[in-house]
Design a protein. Structure first.
Lengths: 355, 355, 355, 355
């Protein structure tokens, strides 16, 4: 698998050893990819913030840059500051089955934190390559993603919830990256995992270079008889081991906007851009002793900038990784979406002094 | 069926002819009630803002007084100001199946407003009387509620999504009411439909009378060996034919808080109190001509007070109707929750000069 | 000075020793009352969360039930979770002078927490009794309130920022109360200070009794040739020594809505009802060691209900204390607003079985 | 005065005739610049949405990307959807005097829309070049800016509220730009006016070129003995004549984030980035006939993308115009902040294929 840095794209920040969200210790990710016949091109991605065997909640926060989409469970993250179970990512029309199956899995694990569960499941629409109204994600897929989650290197591109996605009118999908701070700035890691399904071709910017204005061919929404408005979405999950409180994690989530912007997005109406951030620090987040008291660590606002920058960088790089890794796909109605042409991109970067 | 006004409880506001959310012209409501064996005590309630044959979106707004619960689709209501399909209400762990089945129904009707759908489905937890982890709501129930929706008088209490609910430790459930303004104030109707599943016994207040402080018996969470914290939730749906814009409908939704407060709630942590308001005025809401332009009507803020008051009154009365109509139920683990004792309540009201 | 409990009004919760916001250890309150000539009836109230000699920030959160008003500094409370200096309350048109003078005072104390200050100053409109466009609050008043702040018993009614206020068409003003939890629930105190300037006469409810529907005389907005829409506002400041995080303090602030509702408010358009909550626990809130790390205590959500209830009760009682303490005032244009008639109120309470 | 396009910086979008916020018909802008002695380097900028002789409110919405700053009046914009008077921009510690003086001016004009006023005044901190604690903005400056406002071409750089600002560690200040849609997309204009005072040198990006990574000299916060954290802020005001509703204007305001991002910002903690958008369409916004009813026009969401893009472009260009126009300034404590070196910038752009 080729990734953005492998191509030589100049990117900011210093990645962790895996350059993946799994650089955050303990965190695991699972995928189920559903490719069947001519028109099922979808799947599920699952993130267990502390791994699937540790159900302790994490502090979390969300931000909807453009709420034209769904992130179930966001009301409780906002209210209670807690993310109380695994996160699911899938296509727009399969959010419900993923959500209920996560509850089913939690019931089987006896891992509800309250007496009920309102899982966080987010989506992007893969309805151009995938028959989204065929409801191809089934409980077994969700359970498989939940149970098979692991740390280590992650596959990217046409996998899991990102299977059928389109980004800047190239093939998009699942991407990940991480940014590790120097020890003197805390040594913390910020990891990003994105489901990238947004953007019009002309907007695509890589390392400041207006790549999309040159690569105008094979743009499925721009060209053809009926050019379409922006129709995609971007989900960003940011994980960190830095000790941040819920209101600070909302700030982290909001910075994903800047990472998205660095790839050229202009935030079209149809793009549901919804972001989630959580911290695996504070193992007693949300829990207290018999009197309800917990002792927590928190970073002060005046030391938070390196984490903000890392969040921007990791988001940008995860989006580019999704695009660089994704492969050309043919799906529903015979539509083909091309992969990002690596060589052409690097030629353009060189032309603009960035190669 | 006995309702709060039938008992002689003094209530504010002048109801519409049905004293139900269906007093809002065109609106229809459907129910599916799932009572099976010892422990399935649940169901689905569906509201079609303009009836199930008119899929035009409505302006809408939401408010989470306490986001310890779920209302899917809220992100787009907030962002786009639009509610683009039917609303579902069910138990906490069946939100997903209701959501996805609404999409399935919309696909069959070819009624998506965008190219995808993120339906609004809200919940309250019926896990004391209902085996919530048995996932007893099935697609056929949802489709039945969607297709059988109608206007006119509505059943209340142990029906639809409200089947297994508990309110102030009496049997709760589905309730409705409406408030109609005098013609000189616009003649508009505000209708409420609630799924009432909240409150501790001692808090219960009816017409200002601290009823719950006297009726201390048979309170399942307060008494017994392990008194529990507040565990329920309240969903309020407010509909009006007054021409309000999305930001004004958020204000309407927020006023449901005051209606809830008038019944005594103290807003406990466990109670997910989430409210939705929409307006059936402006048939071109969200739609424009070929240039995207729509002509709309809107009421100015300085004339909105009567609608605010109506929203408070209708919410309060719908909650009381849910409790007055609900009947004693025995469910999971043989737990029995008693109906509100009408006669005792009225005796207390008289003792406090309110009978 | 007579207070609500002195009259025998039955109220919930157990007050702290002073039944005032100053029951929260360390907190001080200062007032400057500006009564001059026929039409200056205004002033300033100042709250120092940790007293005027301790400038350490406190965790805080806000809620605007109805944002028809002003609370400067709210953006940073929401973003940073911190309240970094004293709070000012005044009339609507003097917010600016109070704000800038607080900065001036902070500069003199060298007490900025960041390199700048965005103080929290909130307001209610006293334009019926006070010549609000005469800008009668001057820097010297603000400095006097800041410097003279103290703990202990507090004056109420026609004092400080509350001087010219009207509540339920009786004389309103400044009120305070507190609620102390039993030791086994943490022993924490929630104190409220309100600037009460809201409500129409017919709405006034005391201990569940519809007092305002009987006391219909001398209601300046309801009667007369030109009855007016609701025009007032309510500011609530809730302080606690319980260790709550910023997102939890937003929840506390939101509960002030229920306290307001218990006095009968229907949340009219003109009433800017904005609430602030802060916690004096966690002396290192917002500060860290040389690496930016602070060790904090936090209460878990499942133990927070008693603090929610205390917030509701203290808000309700502070509003009633404002009204019970306020005295009849004649102001601008010779308008007279009558004090709440204690005896008539208690007669009504008795008639409704609540005396 | 040289502007960004004059230098040949390649920028997106087609500007209106003035390439200024004053391309929005009727809108006027006034400035008062306060430069006195060694250390007063500040001022006031005023925007009258419909000009200073038309006090009809406009629909509006706000967004705080980073609420480390102040925008008074934002609560009512959020709640009521209305901006009811002129907007003021100034330094952080003069917000109060600007706010109260706007009220004074409104009282003199008899132009309150409600019975009180909560003006929108926003700020950025000029405390490095200006003695912010000297409170050098006085009522006469504010009145002068209010009364002298006009349409037509606008001065930029070291003027009005932007006088003492620093942006990416070059001299910043006031900037403006506009973007005009083709007639077939509605022909509407989006104008931006910014007070640009944010960013670290290394972040500065112009037309995708990492200019700031090359121009490392004379960066006052980065270099020297005590490098500082990001300390500035960005205020963006977006005006349009497109018929948008308040919830849509919040979306417009949010897009300013992307314009900011395109100049390189990473959203540091200290930067209070707060944005306001309003529409001068709908002259009856907020007003109704005797029954409170108004007839409005609104654009549907599916046609809004060109306005989103225009908002991004105009924000980006207004920031660059602020920097390109600003001149080197020496202020408090003898600190000198250099102007953006035009030639060096264009050399770098050429080196990166963008000249």
């Amino acid at each position: 698998m080729t990734r953005a840095r492998d191509l030589g794209i100049p990117l900011a920040g210093t990645p962790g050893p895996l350059n993946a969200i799994t650089d955050v210790p303990g965190l695991t990710v699972g995928f189920a990819t559903v490719i069947k016949g001519d028109s099922a091109r979808t799947g599920v991605t699952v993130i267990h913030p502390r791994g699937q065997f540790n159900h302790a909640p994490v502090f979390a926060g969300t931000f909807a840059f453009n709420g034209n989409g769904e992130m179930t469970g966001a009301a409780w993250v906002e209210e209670g500051g807690l993310l109380e179970g695994p996160i699911g990512l899938t296509n727009t029309h399969s959010v419900g089955i993923v959500r209920d199956t996560i509850i089913h899995w939690q019931a089987a694990q006896d891992s509800f934190f309250q007496k009920w569960s309102c899982p966080v499941v987010a989506e992007t629409a893969d309805g151009w390559l995938n028959d989204m109204n065929g409801f191809h994600v089934e409980p077994e897929h969700v359970l498989s993603a939940l149970d098979s989650a692991k740390g280590g290197s992650l596959p990217e591109g046409n996998i899991g919830g990102g299977t059928g996605m389109i980004c800047y009118e190239f093939k998009g999908g699942t991407g990940t990256a991480s940014c590790k701070l120097p020890e003197k700035l805390g040594g913390w890691t910020v990891g990003a995992l994105v489901q990238a399904n947004f953007g019009r071709r002309h907007q695509l910017t890589i390392a400041g270079v207006p790549v999309g204005q040159h690569l105008t061919e094979d743009a499925p929404f721009t060209n053809g008889e009926n050019p379409l408005a922006e129709q995609g979405s971007l989900i960003v999950v940011l994980a960190t081991d830095a000790p941040l409180l819920p209101h600070q994690l909302k700030r982290i989530a909001r910075r994903a906007t800047l990472g998205m912007a660095r790839t050229g997005s202009l935030g079209g109406n149809g793009s549901g851009d919804i972001f989630l951030a959580f911290s695996t620090a504070n193992s007693s987040a949300g829990r207290g002793d018999e009197n309800g008291l917990a002792t927590l660590q928190a970073l002060s606002n005046d030391k938070i900038d390196p984490l903000f920058y890392a969040s921007v960088y990791a988001t940008e790089e995860a989006i580019l990784n999704a695009m660089v890794s994704a492969e050309t796909m043919t799906g529903k109605d015979g539509i083909t979406v091309k992969a990002l042409p690596h060589e052409d991109v690097m030629d353009l970067l060189k032309r603009y002094g960035r190669g």
